[in-house]
Design a protein. Sequence first.
Length: 519
Amino acid sequence: MKNKSGHRGFKPQENLVSILPSILAGTFVLFAMIASVLVYFPPENRLHRITIILFGVLGSVYLAFYYYLFRVSPNKQYFSWINVLISGVALGILSILIPDEIDNMLYTLIIISAMATSLISTRGPSYFLVFSATAIHFVFHLDWSIPDHQWVIHLVLTIASIMAIETIQQLKKIAREQINRLEIINELSRQIVSTLETKQVFALLNAAFQNALEADTYYIGILDGDEIRLELFYDDGEFFQDVRTQRKGTLSNWVINHQQELFLPDLRLGIELDDVEMVIVGKEKTSLSWMGVPMRGAHVDGLMAISSYRPNAFDRSDMELLSTIAQRAALALDNTYHHALVAQEARLDSHTRVYNHGYFIEKLNEQAETCQALKQPISLIMLDIDHFKQYNDSFGHLTGDEVLVSLCDIIRSHIKNTDSVGRWGGEEFAIALPNTNGQQATLVAQRIRETLGTLKLQNNSHLKIPTPTVSMGIAVFPDEIDVTSKLIDFADKRLYIAKERGRDQIEPVPAFWETAHSD
């Protein structure tokens, strides 16, 4: 990535603070120059003397007017060019009016004008002012009446003007970059605090990387066992998804283990760290500078890192910025984790940890809509524990709770991650099986029933507790019913048919699906 920070100009009040000393200094030097001419080098021509006095008065008035006009001017760049045209010509004419003995004062005024212009504008107007004033001065002194050493002094003073311009421009660039980074941090902080989605947090962090740092590679790594999962990974113009890297021996692991910032400006010099070696991830190119900072919160442990294919691509200000972003990212990710945890808790039955009644219906509707779009079936199993009341009445509610939890564990062991299970109420549960037909759903129900038959329970009195059994009813969407609410009712009716047949049954029987399939 080669994305430079945006070049924002100074605010008007910042310009005023910067330009006022130059205006005052210029006025002082202008009066001092005129006074020197009149006192120490009085011109014999009376018109010449009046011209110098008028020049001093008008110059001072112009500087005051310039200060005022700059304050109210909406287009300061346009105004800067007008100013340098006037100032360059005026300073050139002044060099004709004053004697050679005080040329140094003229160049002092040129330097001050160049500094003032550079403070409020770019290099172009500043250089134009210096070169136009010096060019007029040189043209009117081509008769070589000035000694050689004076030409050298004039050249040195011109170079001093250029150096002043460049120094101010560099300082402005540094200030702009710092302001830009602070604005990025402030904007990131403002947005990230109100963001409760993890994906949105990473999107905001990606934008911060793009706007604030010049890096060929950047990534956010999250510790995941013996691996580091790269949640956000950009390398040389390309984003990479689902990237994992080994933890052991990597620079990232060193940062995470030591919880310290690591700054390696030139990797050509080698890495003097114990048990660390270079690991290439992404494109087959070797980074020559690398920087990483830890990112740890209550629920997140990882790092942020940037690298470049150029040596010495980063400095300490980049490290400070990266560290600040990492701190805010850790807080934001903690918030999203906590929000997701609260949201998940709201979806789950507090005791069995399967979906509650309300969220299961919402999930079933979503899955049915997806399956319908893909022209796939979705099977629903309604399941009820037979004679559940006897467990609570004969062995206590703790035993009844154990039966419920054990049943849910068994159900989860026989369904896929894409399937869902919810507590319908009391001892009744519902299982949604996307992309599953009736025959396949019957096989799942049979496995649950068989595994439940091997369950052994004992209470505190070491009394043998009867193994629980379940009755189940199965219905298929959209083959049998194309409305989810009616699908639930249909599966529930089949559940009660299974109970009426003597419990510990599955309705319909497997042969039904063979017949239905053949039809």
